[in-house]
Write a protein that binds this ligand. Structure first.
Ligand code: PLP
Length: 381
């Protein structure tokens, strides 16, 4: 049986989510219909909205369901810039997921990249300096900063950055896709006006997510149609997906108390790898990280070779971020951290989750060590 260590790409469907989805699939009516079956479908959808809202400490009515994290990020950035009539400058960290970086470029306003530090954190000094030089012509500062990086797991100082931006009457979007269920997520505490979530990162289904929008925050709808989701995002909602999302979010957040124990297991996993291969470099390990994520490289041991060797051994890990795997591409995140290309080309990520057994950490470490011994560590084997 394959041991799965790629939860940051997709966390497998939780049984609770599957059950909720099957029930919703049988609802057999449109949640916008006024008849009894329609009202029953709406009830399921609104219960899920309460669950997702509860998971991040916001009112259900401030959530807009979307087709996933990508759409939530796009809606926040493009929708906010459009509602401000383009009188804004987007400040995005160099660590953002492609769904932020690529949609920022389409928002119709200038985009500036906030550099990252070698530790994998957004450079707050750069942001402070830039905001001190802010001019009328720059419009409103619109910050997009992720809560936790998908590749390194490094948790970003969103609340601190948001305070700086607020002093300049700016707006803050937070891509919290990787945070939900792994660390506490709360847009109010983070100072975020917009916050993106994705169901499949916490054990819900693919193709469904949500955007939190602070009441009163500017946002121009991007998908027009029948006026669903209070006209912010038209289109008949993905009822079964949303039901699965609600159940997954509830279950994921209930696991937060066990995350410290998971971090300890992750640390023991890394210690085992480092003991066998002292030349291994861990990324982001000096910063606060998600409890489930490890990102490391053994120079000379190419990412693709590692992923393939472990796959043959029945261990699923990832090279860089999931969206760029399949077309193995150098990690922009590691480059932004100043990691030399030759080292970045050897980086892999392991990410554990709700269905990880204690024995899985050792099974992945042992397969990795055996593969390394067959290739780069062969002299010392
Ligand atoms: N943001 C981050 C940090 C991610 O890791 C991902 C998925 O890889 C996304 C956004 C996109 O989410 P989705 O796959 O739901 O579109």
């Amino acid at each position: 049986m394959t041991i799965y260590a790629d939860h940051n790409a997709t966390s497998p469907l939780r049984p609770e989510a599957r059950e909720a989805m099957l029930a919703a699939m049988d609802a057999g009516a449109n949640p916008s219909s006024v008849h009894a079956p329609g009202r029953a479908a709406r009830k399921l959808m609104e219960a899920a909205r309460e669950d997702v809202g509860g998971a991040i400490g916001v009112r259900a009515q401030d959530l807009v369901f979307t087709s996933g994290g990508t759409e939530a990020n796009a809606l926040a950035l493009i929708g906010a810039a459009a509602q401000l009539d383009g009188r804004a400058t987007l400040l995005i960290s160099a660590l953002e997921h492609e769904s932020v970086a690529n949609n920022a470029a389409r928002a119709g306003v200038p985009v500036e990249l906030i550099p990252a530090t070698a530790a994998g954190l957004v450079d707050l000094d750069w942001l402070r300096d830039r905001l001190a030089r802010w001019e009328e012509a720059d419009g409103a500062p619109l910050l997009s900063l992720m809560l936790a990086n998908n590749e390194t797991g490094v948790i970003q100082p969103v609340a601190e950055a948001a305070t700086l931006v607020r002093e300049r009457d700016g707006l803050v979007h937070c891509d919290a896709v990787q945070g939900l269920g792994k660390i506490p997520v709360n847009p109010t505490l983070l100072g975020a006006d917009y916050l993106a979530l994705s169901a499949h990162k916490c054990g819900g289904p693919h193709g469904v997510g949500a955007l939190y929008v602070r009441p009163g925050a500017p946002l121009k709808p991007q998908l027009l149609g029948g006026g669903q989701e209070r006209s912010v995002r038209s289109g008949t909602e993905n009822l079964s997906g949303i039901a699965g999302f609600g159940a997954a979010a509830r279950a994921a957040v209930a696991e937060l108390p066990s995350q410290a124990a998971r971090a300890a297991k992750r640390d023991a996993f890394e210690a085992k790898i480092l003991a066998a291969a002292p030349g291994c470099i861990r990324f982001g390990a000096e910063a606060e990280r998600l409890p489930n994520t490890s990102c490391f490289a053994l120079p000379g041991f190419k990412s693709e070779i590692q992923v393939m060797s472990l796959d043959l051994a029945g261990r699923a890990i990832s090279a860089g971020s999931a969206c760029s795997s399949g077309k193995v591409k150098r990690s922009g995140v590691l480059s932004a951290m100043g990691v030399p290309d030759a080292v970045a080309d050897c980086a892999i990520r392991t990410s554990y989750g709700w269905n990880t057994d204690d024995a899985d950490y050792d099974a992945v470490a042992e397969a990795w060590i055996a593969a390394a011994k067959r290739t780069v560590l062969k002299e010392s084997a």
